[in-house]
Design a binder for this molecule. Structure first.
Ligand SMILES: O=C(O)C(=O)C[C@]1(C(=O)O)C=C[C@@H](O)C=C1
Length: 376
C-alpha cells in the first residue's frame, strides 16, 4: 500500500497543475469576454456549454466520473461567465436597467392611492410615510391601485406586500410583474387587530366575522376559539368594518384596526386578537416612474427559471459570488405553466454598485424574464 504522505504529495502535484490550468483557462475566457464586447455576442452560450459537457463527460471512463466531470465543468463555465460579466461591467457596457437615480422622492403635492376604504391599514401606512396632510384617495382592489398609477391618475400607491405572521400578499407580488410600476420605498407598520361590532353587541351573539383573508389568518388562534363563527373574506379590513355598520346586525363582527372601528362607529369587543403580539406588515410605495434613490440599499427583482435540476442554485450563485446579501426569497406559480415558478428575491445593494451590476447581468442572461422591481 502506498503511504498516505506519498499519495498526498501526488495529489498536491496534480492540484497545482489544475490551478495553473484553471488560471490559463480563465485568461482565455477573459479574452473571449473582450471579443464578445466587440461582437455584441451574449456571454452565456448554452449550446456551446451543452456540447462541451457532452464531449468532456464522454472522455471519462465510468459513470461516476462522468457525473463528476459534468459538475466540475458546469462550475468552471459558470465561473468563466462571471468573469466575463465583470469584464463587461468594467468596460462600461451598460445593461438594460435604465433606472434613473434621484436624490429624494418628490412627495410635495403627490397624489396617493391606497386600496380599501377610510381606516384601512394601508391608509395608516400612507400617513406615516407621507404625513397626515397628504392628498390621498382609495380604490377597491390592488389591481385598481396599480391601474390608477399606470394611467397617471396617482403618483404613488401604498400596498401591503408581506405580514410577519401570515406571509406574502401574493396578489401584490403578481401585480408587480404585470404592471410597469416600480417600488420606490417601504414602511413597516405594527398591526393590532380588534374584534369590532355594533355598539352593545355581546361576543356570544356573533355568528359571522368579516375581514381581509390576512386579518383572519393573523387572528387564527382567537377565531379558532369560536369555531361556530362563519369567517367571510372581504377586500379589506376597513371594508369589513363598513359592512358591519351598514348591515346593522349584532350577529356580525369585523376584524379591523382600532381606527377603522372608530370611524365606522363600531364598538371594540376584544382588543389585540392577533396571534403574534409583534404582528407587523411591510408596505411598499410604488411609483409609475422608473427611478431609484441614489442612497437606496435594497433591491427587489423577479425572474423565471427553467424547470431543471440546479437552475435556482446557479442563479443564486450570482449573489454569493458577488458578495451580495440576499434578504428574502419568495416563489409564485407562473400562470398557464403548471409547476413552474417565478422567484422574487430581495437583496442588499444599489443599482450603481459594480457587484450589483455584475449579478444582475448574469441573472438577466441566465434566467428568463428578469425584472427589476425597484431599488429603495
Ligand atoms: O466559448 C465561449 O463563448 C466562452 O465564453 C467560454 C465558456 C467556457 O467557459 O467554456 C463560457 C461561457 C459560455 O457560456 C460558453 C463557454
Amino acid at each position: 500500500m502506498i503511504p498516505l504522505s506519498e499519495i498526498r504529495e501526488q495529489l498536491d502535484e496534480i492540484d497545482s497543475q489544475i490551478v495553473r490550468l484553471y488560471e490559463k483557462r480563465m485568461e482565455l475566457c477573459a479574452e473571449v469576454g473582450l471579443t464578445k464586447i466587440a461582437s455584441g455576442k451574449k456571454v452565456y452560450d448554452k449550446e456551446r456549454e451543452m456540447q462541451k459537457l457532452a464531449t468532456l463527460s464522454q472522455m471519462a471512463s465510468n459513470e461516476f466520473n462522468q457525473r463528476g466531470i459534468t459538475e466540475l465543468y458546469e462550475q468552471l463555465m459558470a465561473m468563466s461567465r462571471k468573469l466575463q460579466y465583470q469584464i463587461l461591467t468594467e468596460h462600461g457596457v451598460i445593461g438594460k436597467t435604465a433606472f434613473i437615480g434621484i436624490d429624494s422622492l418628490d412627495k410635495k403635492g403627490a397624489r396617493l392611492v391606497f386600496q380599501g376604504v377610510e381606516g384601512a391599514y394601508s391608509q395608516a401606512a400612507l400617513h406615516s410615510y407621507f404625513g397626515e396632510e397628504c392628498d390621498s384617495f382609495h380604490v377597491q382592489t390592488f389591481r385598481d391601485a396599480m391601474e390608477t398609477l399606470e394611467d397617471g391618475l396617482a403618483d404613488y400607491a401604498v400596498l401591503p406586500i408581506e405580514n410577519s405572521s401570515a406571509g406574502a400578499v401574493s396578489q401584490v407580488y403578481d401585480l408587480l410583474v404585470e404592471f410597469e410600476n416600480h417600488i420606490v420605498g417601504e414602511i413597516v407598520l405594527p398591526i393590532r387587530h380588534m374584534l369590532a361590532g355594533l355598539p352593545g353587541t355581546k361576543i356570544e351573539e356573533i355568528e359571522c366575522v368579516y375581514s381581509h383573508p390576512q386579518g383572519l389568518m393573523q387572528s387564527a388562534r382567537f377565531l379558532d376559539e369560536h369555531r361556530n363563527w362563519q369567517q367571510i373574506s372581504v377586500a379589506n379590513t376597513a371594508i369589513a368594518a363598513q359592512k358591519v355598520l351598514k348591515e346593522q346586525k349584532k350577529t356580525q363582527a369585523a376584524v379591523c384596526s382600532e381606527y377603522a372601528a372608530k370611524i365606522h362607529h363600531l364598538e371594540i369587543l376584544k382588543e389585540g386578537i392577533n396571534d403574534n403580539s409583534n404582528n407587523s406588515t411591510r408596505f411598499i410605495i410604488v411609483s409609475n416612474q422608473k427611478v431609484y434613490l441614489k442612497q437606496a440599499g435594497k433591491i427587489s427583482i423577479c425572474f423565471e427559471i427553467p424547470h431543471e435540476s440546479g437552475s435556482l442554485y446557479h442563479i443564486l450563485s450570482h449573489f454569493i459570488y458577488n458578495n451580495l446579501n440576499m434578504t428574502k426569497i419568495e416563489s409564485r406559480p407562473i400562470e398557464g405553466r403548471t409547476w413552474e415558478y417565478r422567484f422574487f428575491v430581495d437583496f442588499e445593494g444599489n443599482l450603481n454598485d459594480a457587484a450589483v451590476k455584475n449579478a444582475i447581468r448574469g441573472i438577466r442572461e441566465e434566467a428568463r424574464n428578469l425584472k427589476i422591481l425597484g431599488n429603495y
